[in-house]
Design a protein. Structure first.
Length: 628
C-alpha cells in the first residue's frame, strides 16, 4: 500500500511551510510599506497642485474673470491623474467645472480654500502707521484625482512581491527536496517501486543495492524473495499475457470495423469498392438505396446488373483506367437514379496492398445536377446583364449625341460655308475669263480641300462615337480616344465659354480596351465638368477643363484625369456619386446613371476611378488603367 505522505514528504512540507510563512509575512509588510509610500507621494503632489491653484485663483475669483480662471484650471487638468476640477465663489456658485469621474474606477478628492488678504486698522494704528492684514475665505477649489494609475502601480508591486515569493519558495523547495530525497527518500522510493512492480506482475525487477545500511539489507532480502516468486509464476504469467493480448487485438478489430461501418453508412455521398475485375465488394447505404438493394447484396455484382449497357460500359472503363494509371481520376458522368439521368461528379482512386500492388478501385460520387443547372442559369443571367449594360451604355451615348447635335451642326457649317463661297468664286472667275489655267484656282482649291477634309474628320469622329460597342478589347491609344472626343465637343464648349486644356504625354503606351466605351467615359466626364462650370456662373470669367495623361513606369499604369473649375461636389456626396440613380443635378437634368456606367466600364477594363473635389473650386476625376 502506497503511503499518502512519506517521511521525506512530511519533513519537506514542514520546512517549506515554515519558510513560506516567513516570506508571506515579509512580503505583506513590504507591500504595505510601498502602498503607504506611494499614497503619501500622491497626496503631496495633489496638495501642491490644489494649493497652487487656490493661491493663483484669488484674483480671478475676486473679479469673476472666467477666462483667466479657465486657463489656470485647464493647466491643472493637464496634469497626470487629474480628472475633475471645480472652483466656487464664496456664495457656493460654481465659477468653473470641467471633467467627469464616470470612467474612473477609483478616485481621491481634495479641497482647498481660496483666501484673500484685506487691510484692517484701528484709528490708533492708522496714526502710528501700523496696518494689520486679515485673511478671508472667498472661494473653494475642488480637485478629483484618479487612483487608477497608482492602483496599477501597487498591483504591479504586489504581483512582483508575489512572484518573488513564489520563485523563492520554488528554489527553497527544490534545494531542500534535493538533499532530503538524496539522503532518505531515494532508497525508500526504490523499495516502494520494487513492491509496485512485483504487485503488477514484473517478477524480474531487482531493487538496486547502493548502501550497506539497514535499507541495503532490506533490498537484498527483497530481491531474493522475487527470485523465488518468479520461478513459481513464470509459466502462468506467460499464458495469461497471451490470452490478454489476443483479447485486446480482437476488441480493437471489432471497434475498427464498427467505426468503419458507421462512417460508410452515414456519408451522404455514394461510395463503392470494386476488385480488379470491377466486381462490387461493398457499397454504402446511400448508394444501395439508389440501386434498391440491401448493401450486403451488392457483393459479387457488376454495373451491368443495375445500369443500361452503355452506362455500365463507361463506368467499368473508368475503373480500369484508374487502376491502370494508378492515379486518382476526377470526372463528370451521367448516372441513372430512379429511372432519371442526373449529372454526378465522380472521384475514383486505386486501392493498393502493403506491397504496392493494385487490388481494386474505390469510388465516391455525388449529384451535381442542381449545381450545373444553377451555373447555367447564372451564365444566362450574366449574359442578359451584359446585354442590358450594353444597351444602357448605348442609350447614354445616343442621349449625348442629342446634346451634341447643335454644336456639331455649327462645327460642320463653317467649313461647308467656306467650300460654298470658294466654289462661287471659281464660278465667277470662270465666267470673267475665257482662258484660264489650274494655277488660277490653286489657292482656292486648297482652301476647299482643307474645309472638306475638316468636315470629313468631324463626321468620321461622330460616326465612331455613335457606333454600338461590341465589347471587343484590343490595343487602344488613350490619347487618340481623347482627341476624337475633343474634335466632336470642342466647338460647342468654345461657344459656351469653356476652354479645354490638353496635357497629354506623348508616346503613351497602349492599353487593352474598347475604344467606343472609353470615348463614352471621356465624353461623359467632360460633359459633367461643363455642367459644373455652368452652374458656377462666374460673370465674365472663363471655365477651364484640363485633360491630362501620364504613364507611371513603376506601376505599369496610365493615369488619365479630368479636372474642372466648377462648383465642386459636397464631401457627403463623394462616397455615393458612383451609385446607380444618384445625382446631384436638379430633376430633369440628370438620370444618375452616367457615373455608374463610367464606374462599370472602368472596372471592366481592370482599372480604378477616384474623385477629389473642393466646394467652389472644382472637381478632379482620376482614372488608372493597366498598360499592355
Amino acid at each position: 500500500m502506497r503511503l499518502r505522505f512519506g517521511i521525506t514528504e512530511k519533513l519537506i512540507i514542514v520546512i517549506v511551510a515554515s519558510v513560506l510563512l516567513l516570506m508571506v509575512v515579509a512580503g505583506y509588510y513590504s507591500f504595505k510599506y510601498q502602498k503607504n509610500l506611494l499614497l503619501s507621494q500622491f497626496d503631496e503632489r495633489a496638495i501642491v497642485m490644489i494649493t497652487g491653484l487656490a493661491v493663483s485663483s484669488e484674483y480671478p475669483v475676486l473679479t469673476a474673470n472666467d477666462k483667466l480662471l479657465e486657463s489656470l484650471a485647464v493647466s491643472v487638468l493637464k496634469q497626470k491623474d487629474v480628472v475633475l476640477c471645480q472652483v466656487k465663489d464664496k456664495a457656493g456658485k460654481i465659477l468653473f467645472h470641467r471633467g467627469e469621474t464616470n470612467k474612473v474606477r477609483s478616485i481621491r478628492s481634495y479641497v482647498a480654500s481660496v483666501m484673500t488678504q484685506q487691510s484692517a486698522a484701528s484709528l490708533d494704528e492708522m496714526v502710528l502707521g501700523v496696518q494689520k492684514e486679515v485673511k478671508e475665505k472667498i472661494g473653494e477649489v475642488y480637485l478629483v484625482l484618479s487612483l487608477d494609475r497608482i492602483m496599477e502601480e501597487m498591483n504591479k508591486q504586489r504581483n512582483f512581491i508575489i512572484l518573488l515569493t513564489l520563485i523563492g519558495m520554488v528554489l527553497i523547495f527544490v534545494f531542500i527536496s534535493y538533499f532530503i530525497r538524496a539522503i532518505l527518500g531515494r532508497p525508500i522510493r526504490e523499495l516502494v517501486k520494487g513492491t509496485n512492480r512485483i504487485s503488477s506482475g514484473d517478477l524480474g525487477y531487482k531493487v538496486p543495492v547502493k548502501t550497506q545500511d539497514e535499507i541495503g539489507v532490506l533490498a537484498l532480502s527483497f530481491n531474493a524473495m522475487t527470485d523465488d516468486l518468479q520461478r513459481v509464476t513464470v509459466s502462468r504469467d506467460s499464458l495469461v499475457s497471451e490470452i490478454n493480448e489476443r483479447k485486446r487485438a480482437e476488441a480493437a478489430l471489432r471497434d475498427a470495423e464498427s467505426q468503419q461501418r458507421t462512417l460508410i453508412k452515414n456519408i451522404p455521398q455514394k461510395i463503392f469498392y470494386k476488385d480488379t475485375s470491377s466486381v462490387y465488394i461493398l457499397c454504402n447505404e446511400s448508394y444501395a438505396i439508389d440501386l434498391k438493394i440491401n448493401p450486403r447484396d451488392i457483393k459479387g455484382k457488376t454495373d451491368y446488373d443495375f445500369f443500361p449497357r452503355e452506362l455500365a460500359y463507361e463506368y467499368i472503363k473508368g475503373d480500369q483506367e484508374t487502376m491502370f494509371s494508378r492515379n486518382v481520376m476526377y470526372r463528370e458522368e451521367e448516372y441513372v437514379n430512379g429511372g432519371q439521368k442526373v449529372t454526378v461528379e465522380t472521384v475514383k482512386a486505386p486501392v493498393k496492398d502493403d506491397a504496392g500492388n493494385v487490388i481494386g478501385v474505390f469510388g465516391i460520387f455525388w449529384d451535381i445536377t442542381d449545381r450545373k443547372r444553377a451555373e447555367e442559369e447564372l451564365k444566362n443571367a450574366y449574359e442578359q446583364l451584359k446585354n442590358v449594360q450594353a444597351q444602357a451604355v448605348q442609350s447614354a451615348k445616343m442621349a449625348s449625341m442629342g446634346l451634341l447635335a447643335g454644336g456639331v451642326a455649327h462645327e460642320i457649317n463653317n467649313p461647308l460655308a467656306g467650300v460654298l463661297n470658294n466654289v462661287q468664286m471659281i464660278k465667277m472667275l470662270a465666267e470673267q475669263k475665257k482662258d484660264f489655267s489650274f494655277n488660277d484656282f490653286r489657292e482656292i482649291l486648297a482652301v476647299i480641300e482643307e474645309s472638306a477634309a475638316r468636315c470629313k474628320k468631324i463626321t468620321q469622329s461622330l460616326l465612331n462615337f455613335s457606333r454600338t460597342s461590341k465589347g471587343a478589347f484590343h490595343s487602344v491609344s488613350l490619347n487618340d480616344s481623347i482627341e476624337q472626343v475633343v474634335i466632336i465637343i470642342g466647338h460647342e464648349l468654345k461657344l459656351q465659354n469653356v476652354t479645354i486644356r490638353k496635357e497629354l504625354q506623348p508616346d503613351l503606351p497602349l492599353i487593352m480596351g474598347d475604344a467606343q466605351l472609353l470615348q463614352q467615359v471621356i465624353f461623359d466626364l467632360i460633359n459633367n465638368s461643363k455642367w459644373a462650370i455652368q452652374q458656377k456662373k462666374v460673370s465674365g470669367g472663363e471655365g477651364v477643363i484640363i485633360l491630362k495623361t501620364a504613364y507611371i513606369l513603376g506601376e505599369k499604369k496610365i493615369v488619365f484625369s479630368v479636372a474642372d473649375t466648377g462648383i465642386g461636389i459636397d464631401k457627403d456626396n463623394l462616397s455615393k456619386i458612383f451609385e446607380p440613380f444618384f445625382t446631384t443635378k436638379p430633376v430633369g437634368e440628370g438620370t444618375g446613371l452616367g457615373l455608374s456606367i463610367i464606374y462599370n466600364i472602368i472596372k471592366a477594363h481592370h482599372g480604378n476611378i477616384e474623385v477629389e473635389s473642393i466646394i467652389g473650386q472644382g472637381t478632379t476625376f482620376k482614372i488608372m488603367l493597366p498598360v499592355i
